[in-house]
Design a protein around this ligand. Structure first.
Ligand code: TXA
Ligand code: MG
Length: 300
């Protein structure tokens, strides 16, 4: 039996499988099975009111799971399969266990050949958060998932390293103009270009779980505005790593979480990370780095 068939069999009987996507690995369960979804929350240690994204094989299924707005249809057409999640009014298929009892559902059609095949054969939706413990750095390889979750997950579908490396852009399409709740590889500029306008998501985030402190390694993260500044900050510490991918933002996003994990594995106390300018993919990188730096734990 090949790996996709094995994953399929486990998901159909209510198991939990780590799946590769172009952004990060997800911890997937049948979105129509409340008990299977409950296990995902238990494995992650995630609060039950933080809703999960439903992953679908194709945009053709959007109408079955939600009531898509005109904006949503434009975005689905332009960006799927790809690193975009839309928040939409839910249909009865989106159960409370997935939405946390909200009247909206997050939906995404991921772009990874193995997961596209899996979703196509599964037919239904797969509810999947990132496959890390709550608050920690998202996994971008199967080895990261194994290191984090070990035997708690029934199977890891290994699809190689993730191509994008940071979580999907989340766009709230229940309001007009649509609002970006989480920056990602589909940029603010692209969304504004496609929809004509994009709103400012002022006030507390309406995506539960988008905490100010998140995505954090064990090491303390300190931010720098340039490589020169980073090296001068780093000179003040013994066990320190400098992270700077600002010469290639695609590579920075692809490698960021692996670099944070490597710093932990090497026993670094401090990571000094250089912030890219706030444009394009720079928005997503600044968001993740700022949240990692806001984590109060010091060394966990
Ligand atoms: O790239 C990604 O989006 C990855 C891969 C696996 O698809 N998934 C991911 O899931 O990052 P997660 O659960 O770690 O982050 C999803 C975010 C959470 O902050 C959640 O609160 C928000 O999406 N979300 C999901 N459904 C929502 C809804 N109905 N309303 C508001 N926020 C929602
Ligand atoms: Mg996550």
């Amino acid at each position: 039996m090949n790996d996709v068939d094995r994953a399929l069999r486990i998901l159909r009987r209510g198991g939990v499988v780590a799946i590769p996507t172009e952004t990060v690995y997800g911890l997937a369960a049948d979105a129509g099975n409340g008990a299977a979804v409950a296990r995902v929350f238990a494995i992650k240690g995630r609060p039950r009111n933080h809703p999960l994204i439903v992953h679908l094989a194709s945009a053709d299924q959007l109408g079955a799971w939600s009531r898509p707005s005109d904006d949503a249809l434009v975005l689905a057409d332009a960006c799927w399969p790809g690193p975009l999640t839309m928040i939409l009014p839910r249909s009865p298929l989106a159960i409370d266990a997935v939405t946390g009892g909200r009247d909206t559902v997050g939906i995404r059609v991921p772009a990874h050949p193995l997961t596209s095949q899996l979703l196509g054969e599964f037919g239904g939706g797969l509810a999947a958060p990132s496959a890390n413990r709550f608050g920690a750095v998202s996994p971008t390889t199967a080895a990261h998932v194994a290191a984090d979750l070990g035997d708690d997950v029934d199977f890891i579908l290994d699809g190689g390293p993730c191509e994008v490396g940071v979580e999907s852009t989340i766009v709230d399409c229940t309001v007009r103009p649509a609002q970006i709740l989480r920056a990602g590889a589909i940029t603010d500029e692209q969304i504004a270009g496609l929809l004509g306008a994009v709103g400012d998501a002022a006030g507390p985030s309406r995506a539960p779980g988008m905490l100010a402190a998140h995505y954090a390694p064990r090491a303390r993260v300190v931010l720098a505005e340039s490589g020169v500044q980073a090296r001068s900050i780093a000179a003040g510490f013994d066990r320190v790593r400098v992270i700077d991918g600002t010469d290639d933002l695609g590579g920075y996003a692809r490698n960021l979480y692996a670099w944070l994990r490597e710093a932990d594995d090497a026993g670094a106390d401090v990571v000094v990370a250089v912030l890219p300018p706030p444009a394009g993919l720079g928005h997503a990188l600044r968001d993740r780095l700022t949240k990692a730096a806001a984590h109060p734990h010091g060394n966990r």
